[in-house]
Design a protein around this ligand. Sequence first.
Ligand SMILES: Nc1nc2c(ncn2[C@@H]2O[C@@H]3COP(=O)(O)O[C@H]4[C@@H](O)[C@H](n5cnc6c(=O)[nH]c(N)nc65)O[C@@H]4COP(=O)(O)O[C@H]3[C@H]2O)c(=O)[nH]1
Length: 948
Amino acid sequence: MRNLLRRVRISVSVSALLALLIGLALTALVFASVRRVESHARTLQFKQEANLRINAVSGGLADAIEQLMVVNQLFNTFGVVEREQFRSFTAPLLARYPELQALSFQRLVSDAERPAYEALQRRRVPDFTITEFINERHVPAPRRPFYNVVEYIEPASGNGIALGLDTAAMTTYGDARSRSRRNGRVAATGLLSLVQYRGFHTGFLVLAPVYQRLAPQDTVRQRQRAVIGETAAVFRVGHLIHTLLGNARLLDQPGMSINIYASGSAQATQLAFSNGKAEPPSGATGALPVWLLYNYPAPVNAVFQVAGEPWFIEVAQQPRSFIDIRAGSWYALLGGLLSSLLAAAYIYNLVTRHSTIERVAGERTAALQFANLRLTEDLALRKRTEKALRLREKVIEVSANAVIICNAQGPDYAVEYVNPAFESITGYSAAEVIGKSLKSLHGAGHDQQNTEEISAALREQREGHVVLRNYRKDGSGYWNDLFIAPVRDEGGAISHFVVAQYDISAVMRFEAELEYQANHDALTGLANRHLLAERLSSAIAQAHRAGTELWVVFVDLDRFKFVNDTLGHEAGDAMLRVLGERIKGAVGEGDTVSRMGGDEFVLVLPGHPGDGDGLRVLQRIMDAVAEPLRIQAHEFFVTCSLGVAVYPADGGNADTLTKHADIAMYRAKELGRNTYQFYRPDMNASTLERLRIEADLRHALERNELVLHYQPQIDVKSGAIVGMEALLRWEHPVLGVVSPLRFIGLAEEMGLIIPIGAWVIRTACLQNMAWQTAGMGRLRMAVNLSARQFTGKDLLQSVTDALQESGLSPGCLELELTESMVMSDVENTITILRMLKQLGVHLAIDDFGTGYSSLSYLSRFPLDVLKIDQSFVRDIALGTDAAAIVVSIISLAHSLRLKVIAEGVETAEQLAFLREHGCDEVQGYFFSRPVGALEFASLMAHAPCTMA
Ligand SMILES: Nc1nc2c(ncn2[C@@H]2O[C@@H]3COP(=O)(O)O[C@H]4[C@@H](O)[C@H](n5cnc6c(=O)[nH]c(N)nc65)O[C@@H]4COP(=O)(O)O[C@H]3[C@H]2O)c(=O)[nH]1
């Protein structure tokens, strides 16, 4: 802003200055022009004035000299006149020209004529003698050839002394005499001091020759011969010129000087007249130069002839102030200056005014623009506010949550607005609720617990938050997450309350769902471990309070693994779901059925003290589970084993009771399954043993506690030993020899079966190779594979390694697989079997007939042997289906070109039946129990063997 103002001021100053400069320039121009005209006029005037004086002087002198010529004419016409004549003739002339000091006639007298002449003159003047003037005294003139003697001189008074004066020797005459005589004209002398008057006078002489009458005068010679004298006039030159100029009123002009020289130039010695002073102005006048203030015309000079002699006249004008003479230029100057100043001032004023107007206009415009901007901003703000309000209104309108606005007037807090979401959530229209009490909307008429918080928030005029159950117009309830907040008006007073209601029924449902999921088994929907713990704890507490008994029942499905492994997990899951439902249906309302994972269920039966009802419940559970089960069009028969722990006798807390129930369940399993067992403290020992086995199994391999026993396989036709099955034994340092049935399952669970299985294959191969090397013949070694081992990625490698390491022929190794192993994932099984088959090993299906096998799949497997499960063999003689099954299996195997081996042959009858129906090989206690390597070798030594 300051810069702007500075710029404006500068531009204003420049404009004014420009105007001033132009004005001054014009003024200077006008001034110079006027001054020039004035100067010119003045110079002209001066010239005129000078010329007037020059003319007056030259003309006057000419006139004066003319008087002499008149006298001279007298002499030349009449010859030498008498003295009296001369006096009378010159008297009027002298009267008219008082400046004419003397008129004289000088006669040319030769020396010869001197005496006569003096004598003649003495007649009239007694003492007349020719004299000369030396040292201011008249003395007789010395002799000289010629004398020019003043014979007449008028006026006599004052001039009488000059009579008889010989002027021939007077230098003052100069050559004027000779010139006049030669030319026959008047001639003037230069300036000379006049002696006729007292005092100092400057004058000049004018001579005019007087010739002898009638003598020829045409040539110089003639004129020199004819000359007899001359007339002379003596002028007091100063007086004469003064008179001339004075008469013409041309004297004493202020500031004008007239200098007249009796010479052609301004020679100081020849200054004949001087009048006035024309001194130049002194250098400068103040700060202004002279030329500016003064007119300074050049002096006017002229040369004029006085009796044939050049005279010089100089008329000078003292510089005159223009103010004195003509003030026009000054007026012009002053006027111009004034005009310029006025114009500059005017422009300055105009521009300043314009600038001021512009500035003011600019300021006002800026102010207006600012105001406009503010207005625009205000409008924009208002628009934004309105837009925001509209948006908020819209948001409220379209909000999925209910919004209620009520006034702050208690006790009703009348509803003033509800949004459409409120209408759709509650089923009440706006018209139905507007004007009604806010409290009536929140479950009035229903049993509500949290409305007090709303009342408190309204009463205390503060924010509030509450979750409550609201009811729709149709009476249905929903969960409402309600926020209430006061709304203040512009004065800060609370005028309204806004209530936002979120229908959180879905959230509540979700939470309930989460809670349900957190507490229930996803597969069966039964209580899970977490809920079981809660229920059991509360049941224990309740039983404790009531002093009653409480049963905890551990249920484990028998052979579930088989179904799961055979039909896959989906079938297993379906089975669990069905059986879970059945178990639940078998217990009472207040009982809890939970699933612990896998095929284990834990039940809490609080209301069944030892009144016999509890045992009925257990039986109902077993019966329910044992009912035929149909899954994927197949019918199964599943049983379960139950263990029961009783509070408070078997434990005071949930963990102990559950653990003891689990132990009892194991005992039931050991007892042959499909039964129940109540916990007894001595059961703890076997459980502890299991735990110890688990711990020791981890080190069994590295401690070389595992050994293989071998059971011979006999060819039915020849009775020769053709092979053997390797059966694992754990020679526990404390427990003694542990059956694989006790630890194979554990080894599977613990993942130890992979290294153990690899060890078995390697050991079996090495042993077989050792025996063969020892000459026991080419025997086939059968090795059991576990399910986990079969599907494990290391199987192929461990078999290959074992064969390579031992050098055993692959055809001397037979891998036994169970039905469940191969049927769980047929395609994968085929792949694995083919790879194994490519190695050259034999493949056998173990325990065939106990599980579910699809014959169509069976045909696709590259098998060599079917091994009839010993349970069928055992029952052959019992007249059950077993014999038929065995026959079918042998027939089936042969149709698939597979060898059949029957295991568990204990009697000769069984052997006879098998032989009769074409069974290829047999294995069992009838021939030999599984024995150690040494024993097997001695066995072989007594019984010939070959591999068929
Ligand atoms: N009652 C009766 N039993 C007879 C008779 N002849 C043989 N046995 C027994 O029947 C079982 C046959 O083995 P398995 O069915 O493969 O059943 C085996 C097999 O599934 C598994 N097993 C044994 N060794 C291994 C092994 O090295 N690896 C794997 N994965 N499992 C093995 O442990 C199971 C049990 O093995 P063992 O206790 O050795 O029990 C053996 C054997 O001693 C008989 O005439 N009457």
